[in-house]
Design a protein around this ligand. Structure first.
Ligand SMILES: [Zn+2]
Length: 130
C-alpha cells in the first residue's frame, strides 16, 4: 500500500481542479474479503463523460494523511498514466493496463491519481472514512 500523502503530493493541480465536476454514484464502503482492509467502491463520471461511467475503488488502512491506500479506476487516465507507476510503489494493481511503463504520459513514474480517484478520496475524507 502507499500513503495518501505521497499520492496527493504527486497529483497535478489540473487533475485536482478537474475533480470538482466528478459525479460519484453507487458508493459502497465495506471491508475487502481478500485483505481485510477497508474498501470503498463507486461509479464515477464527469458531465463530459456521460457515455461512460468508470469504476473507482480505494482500499484503505488507517486514517488521516498517512492512511495507506490501493487505488484503481477504469478510466484512461488511470490506465495510461498512473496504474503502473502506482503499482510499482504498492499503491495500485495492474487491472486495466498492459503493465508497460507510461513512457508518454508519465515518464518519471510519479505516483499520482486520476480526477475520479482524487474526488473519491476527498469524499471519503469529508465522511471521516479515511
Ligand atoms: Zn479515473
Amino acid at each position: 500500500m502507499l500513503s495518501l500523502r505521497t499520492i496527493l503530493r504527486a497529483t497535478p493541480p489540473e487533475t485536482m481542479n478537474g475533480s470538482s465536476t466528478v459525479v460519484l454514484e453507487n458508493i459502497r464502503i465495506g471491508v475487502s474479503k481478500t485483505t481485510g482492509n477497508g474498501k470503498a467502491v463507486c461509479r464515477s463520471h464527469t458531465p463530459k463523460e456521460t457515455q461512460v461511467k468508470y469504476t473507482t475503488s480505494v482500499e484503505f488502512e488507517g486514517r488521516g494523511p498517512d492512511t495507506q491506500v490501493v487505488i484503481t479506476c477504469s478510466c484512461p487516465d488511470h490506465m495510461f498514466r498512473w496504474e503502473v507507476a502506482l503499482t510499482k510503489k504498492g499503491g495500485s494493481r495492474i487491472m486495466y493496463s498492459n503493465g508497460e511503463k507510461p513512457v508518454v504520459q508519465n515518464p518519471t513514474e510519479k505516483p499520482g491519481c486520476c480526477r475520479h480517484a482524487f474526488s473519491f478520496i476527498k469524499l471519503l475524507q469529508r465522511k471521516g472514512t479515511i
